[in-house]
Design a protein around this ligand. Structure first.
Ligand code: FES
Length: 110
């Protein structure tokens, strides 16, 4: 699958967003010029991460406070385990495209 249109850049005006791409709910986060796309389900109890509180490269889940690094999908305080899948994003003009076939993180912290 190639990249799929996800959202307009202007839509980030109200903070993190969520879109469904081919049956996968994806959370989208903006840090200045960078866009991060993660599977939008907290591994603790499944709440949508885009409803959490974003602080630069981290998002804190609104339910019980687990924190995740948007660049790696890992909880910063743990050195192993399985990260939240992160996906390749690309900005084309004023649009954000996401490729679900291109994971940008590894299942284990390098
Ligand atoms: S559901 Fe995210 S911390 Fe509990």
């Amino acid at each position: 699958m190639a990249a799929t249109f996800a959202i307009k850049l202007d839509d980030f005006g109200s903070g993190p967003q969520a879109v469904e791409i081919n049956g996968v709910e994806v959370g989208l986060f903006q840090v200045e010029e960078e866009i991060f796309a993660l599977e939008n389900s907290c591994p603790h109890a499944g709440l949508p991460l885009h409803e959490g509180v974003q602080d630069a490269y981290e998002v804190t889940c609104a339910a019980h406070g687990w924190c995740f690094d948007l660049r790696t999908g890992f909880r910063p305080e743990f050195s192993d385990g399985f990260p939240i899948p992160c996906f390749y994003t690309e900005v084309r003009g004023d649009e954000v495209w996401v490729d679900l076939d291109r994971r940008t993180n590894l299942p284990v912290r390098p």
